[in-house]
Design a protein around this ligand. Structure first.
Ligand code: ACO
Length: 312
C-alpha cells in the first residue's frame, strides 16, 4: 500500500505538482522539510540579534525606523516559517526546544559580531542579498506552504537588501575617509561568511541529491554561490569597495567570476557551535524565552477563563 502511495507521490513530483500539508508524503520527505524549514525559522529569529544590537545606536531617525521595520520583518518571517513547519505535524515547542538545547542548526552567518554601523549596511547588502538568491528558488519548492511563505519573505528581503546597499552608497559617496574605511572593513569581515551561507560544496552536501530530486531545492549550493558572486561583484564596483579575495577574476570563457577557496574548517567550526558568537546568541534566545514565560502562562490562563465563561 505504501509502495503504491510512494509511486503516486513520485509521479506527482515528476509532473511538477505541488504537495499540500494534508497530502500523503513519504516520511523522509516530511522529515527533510521539518529540518530545513525549522532551521530556516531559527535563522530568522536568531538573525534578529546581530542587527537588533544597533537599533538604539542608529545614526538618524530615518535609519532607526528602517532598521526597526527590518528586524520586525525577520521576526515575522520566523513566525510564518514555524507555522509552515507545524503543518507537517511538529509542534512549535518541539522546534524551540531543539533550538534552545543547541540541537537544532541555524545559519552560520548569525554567529558573527556586528562591530560598527557599516556592518548593518553590509548585512543588508550581502547577507540579505545571499538570502534572496537562495530563497527565490524556494518560491517553487514542491511543498506548497513553504513555497507560499517564501513569496512574501522574498519581497521583504528585497527591501532589506536595498536599504542596506543604499545606506552604504551614502557612506561611500558622501562619507568621510573614516566612514569609507569602515565600510571596506565591514565588507572584508562579511564577505567570506556570506559565501558560506549557501552551505557546503555540492560534493559535501549530504542532503542535496535527495532534496533536488524531490524539488525541495531547485538550484544547488555551488550554483547559487556562483550566481551570488556574479551578481555582487558589479555592485561592489559601483560602491567602490573590493572583496578580500586575491583569486577573484573574471573568466571570459565561462562568463563567470572565478573565486578563491572557502575556509571550510571555519564553516564547520561555526556550524558546530564554536563560532565567535554562538554561545552569546543561544544564551540570548534562551533568556528571552525564559523571561517571556509569565506572558505565555498569563495568555493561557486568560484563554482558559474565556473558554469557561463561554461554556457557562
Ligand atoms: N549554516 C549552518 N548550517 C548549514 C549551513 C549554514 N550556512 N549550510 C548548510 N548547513 C548544514 C545543513 O543544515 C546540513 O545540516 P543537517 O543535515 O544536520 O540538517 C549540513 O550543513 C549539510 O548541508 P546540506 O546537505 O547542503 O544541507 P541542505 O540541503 O539543507 O542545504 C541550505 C543547506 C542551502 C542552507 C538549505 O537548508 C536552505 O536552502 N535552507 C533555507 C534557507 C535558509 O535557511 N536560510 C537561512 C539564512 S537566510 C536568513 O535567515 C535571512
Amino acid at each position: 500500500e505504501d509502495a503504491r502511495k510512494e509511486a503516486a507521490f513520485e509521479a506527482r513530483i515528476a509532473a511538477g505538482d505541488f504537495i499540500e500539508a494534508k497530502d500523503w508524503m513519504p516520511e523522509h520527505y516530511r522529515k527533510t522539510l521539518v529540518r530545513q524549514i525549522s532551521q530556516h525559522a531559527h535563522s530568522e529569529i536568531v538573525g534578529m540579534l546581530p542587527e537588533g544590537n544597533w537599533i538604539s545606536r542608529a545614526p538618524t531617525l530615518k535609519r532607526k525606523a528602517i532598521l526597526l521595520a527590518k528586524v520586525q520583518d525577520e521576526g515575522g518571517h520566523g513566525l510564518y516559517l514555524y507555522a509552515a513547519a507545524e503543518t507537517l505535524g511538529t509542534s512549535r515547542d518541539q522546534m524551540l526546544d531543539a533550538l534552545h538545547s543547541g540541537k537544532a542548526k541555524y545559519s552560520s552567518i548569525f554567529n558573527y559580531p556586528t562591530l560598527t554601523w557599516a556592518d548593518i549596511g553590509v548585512i543588508g547588502w550581502l547577507v540579505d542579498g545571499a538570502a534572496i538568491m537562495n530563497q527565490v528558488p524556494l518560491c517553487r519548492c514542491s511543498f506548497a506552504p513553504y513555497a507560499r511563505a517564501m513569496i512574501r519573505v522574498c519581497r521583504e528581503e528585497s527591501f532589506h537588501q536595498r536599504q542596506g546597499y543604499e545606506s552604504l552608497l551614502v557612506m561611500m559617496r558622501d562619507g568621510t575617509e573614516a566612514q569609507k574605511a569602515m565600510v571596506q572593513d565591514a565588507v572584508n569581515r562579511w564577505w567570506w561568511p556570506s559565501l558560506m551561507m549557501f552551505g557546503p560544496a555540492d560534493k559535501d552536501s549530504s542532503n542535496s541529491e535527495q532534496s533536488m530530486r524531490w524539488g525541495i531545492k531547485r538550484i544547488s549550493n555551488d550554483d547559487l554561490r556562483q550566481k551570488f558572486v556574479d551578481a555582487t561583484i558589479p555592485q561592489a564596483e559601483v560602491l567602490g569597495v573590493t572583496v578580500p579575495d586575491a583569486d577573484l577574476k573574471w573568466n571570459a570563457e565561462t562568463g563567470q567570476y572565478d573565486f578563491g577557496a572557502i575556509d571550510w574548517a571555519e564553516f564547520w567550526r561555526v556550524v558546530g557551535g564554536d563560532g565567535p558568537c554562538n554561545r552569546e546568541r543561544l544564551a540570548t534566545r534562551v533568556k528571552a524565552w525564559d523571561d517571556g514565560a509569565w506572558v505565555r502562562e498569563a495568555a493561557l490562563a486568560h484563554a482558559k477563563k474565556q473558554a469557561t465563561r463561554a461554556q457557562a
